[in-house]
Design a protein around this ligand. Structure first.
Ligand SMILES: C[S@@+](CC[C@H](N)C(=O)[O-])C[C@H]1O[C@@H](n2cnc3c(N)ncnc32)[C@H](O)[C@@H]1O
Length: 383
């Protein structure tokens, strides 16, 4: 983390900066996880809570590149439905559905290309931000009117058969930050000096931090900093408990623990995004910038097991999309009546999704299953 730039008057981050400064002055430093929760999800000033914030996003996801991403995901969901014996209903529960772009791509494609699956489908768009729920309800109104989609702030408590899936949800969950100092695990907190938010280490706020690293056999070295996203562990456990039979599919930027907690990431992986620029200035502009950290897929597997989830497979996004698209040579890329130039453009956008230098190798797809034997899923067939 580097020096904090002063906030200009009228900066959207100024109100939250004042709220946090007052809280810290009154009650002392707060864990970084609490700071990050306020920055992203404060009901009024949080980055994801502000109405219309998605229109000027400081980041773009695979969903924004081309609808082929959602279309191939729809094919994988339809195959999962068949593997489960074509139950009615089949719940496709999208967690962190945002403004509903991915839901739109999946539902539009299923309605036209996978009618039997669409007939059984009950889609739930789960989104923490009320402003984004309002946006996705409007965007998905056609499917809502047909009784095919509902909107919720939480994952349904009981899902008889279905798939809970997410794209870039878990990297946006508030995470604890720790460091090893004099052989001891310390937690990084946010304090204040004058008007500046500063980082201060202290005793771990919960014994779950020690447990997190112990459970995974991770030995952090002296001087290293790292994240421990306890909220992601809770999230996957809750998702697993809600599900009776089916799958949890997680697409995110991240690694298994052995590749995450090493010399290469010895300052942790948290980054701030503002105006498409990336920085390590995590304490700048609270609520005015996106904050993300890499996902630990080993933790998802371990905490998922506590709720009866077992690993079906982990592949790169590139392997996943190529395996699903090759059956029809990526015919799902095109719209009827497109010119050759438009088709070429679509193929170039696909490259961005699958190319190692683009999103293809950075993102991983973890699939976990519950209540069924080991299935063969096309999306995992490429490894
Ligand atoms: C980085 S955005 C990704 C949006 C979308 N999935 C995409 O790929 O474009 C993360 C979204 O997850 C939402 N979110 C965060 N925590 C959540 C939770 N516990 N339950 C539901 N939504 C959540 C945020 O409000 C935000 O809209």
């Amino acid at each position: 983390m580097t020096g904090q730039a002063p906030l200009a008057a009228g900066d959207p981050a100024a109100p939250l900066h004042s709220i946090l400064a007052a809280r810290i002055r009154q009650s002392g430093p707060i864990p970084f996880a609490e700071y990050m929760r306020e920055c992203l999800y404060h009901p009024e000033h949080g980055y994801y809570s502000r109405a219309g914030a998605g229109k000027f996003a400081d980041y773009y996801t695979s969903v924004d590149v081309h609808p082929i991403f959602g279309r191939l995901l729809a094919r994988q969901l339809a195959e999962m439905w068949e593997v489960l014996g074509s139950p009615r209903p089949f719940n496709a529960v999208e967690a962190g559905a945002g403004v509903g772009r991915l839901a739109g791509h999946i539902l539009d494609f299923a309605a036209h290309e996978l009618p039997a699956f669409y007939g059984a489908l009950e889609y739930v768009a789960v989104e923490r931000s009320a402003a984004r729920r309002a946006e996705h309800s409007e965007r998905l109104a056609v499917h809502g009117g047909a009784g095919k989609v509902s909107s919720s702030s939480e994952i349904p408590r009981a899902i008889a058969a279905g798939c809970i899936f997410s794209n870039e949800l878990l990297d946006a969950l508030p995470t604890h930050r720790v460091a090893v100092e004099n052989g001891k695990l310390r937690e990084m907190n946010v304090g204040i000096e004058g008007e500046r938010l500063v980082e201060i280490s202290g005793e771990p706020s919960t014994p779950r931090l020690e447990e997190y690293f112990r459970e995974q056999g991770i030995a952090l070295q002296e001087g290293w900093q790292a994240e421990a996203c306890l909220e992601a562990c809770e999230w996957i456990e809750n998702a697993g408990r809600a599900l009776d039979r089916g799958f949890v599919l997680t697409i995110d930027y991240g690694h298994e623990a052995s590749a995450l907690y090493n010399e290469r990431h010895n300052r942790g992986t948290l980054l701030a995004y503002r105006d498409h620029a990336v920085s390590e200035n995590l304490l700048d502009a609270p609520g005015g910038q996106d904050l993300t950290s890499h996902v630990n897929f080993t933790a998802l597997e371990l905490w998922g097991r506590r709720a009866g989830l077992s690993r079906t497979g982990l592949v790169t996004q590139s392997q996943f999309l190529v395996a699903l698209g090759r059956a029809n040579e990526f015919a799902d890329l095109y719209e009827p009546g497109q010119t050759e130039l438009e088709k070429l453009r679509a193929r170039l956008l696909l490259k961005n999704l699958i190319h190692p230098e683009g999103l293809g190798e950075k993102f991983q797809v973890l699939i976990q299953q519950k209540g069924i034997g080991m299935p063969n899923l096309t999306g995992l067939s490429g490894y």
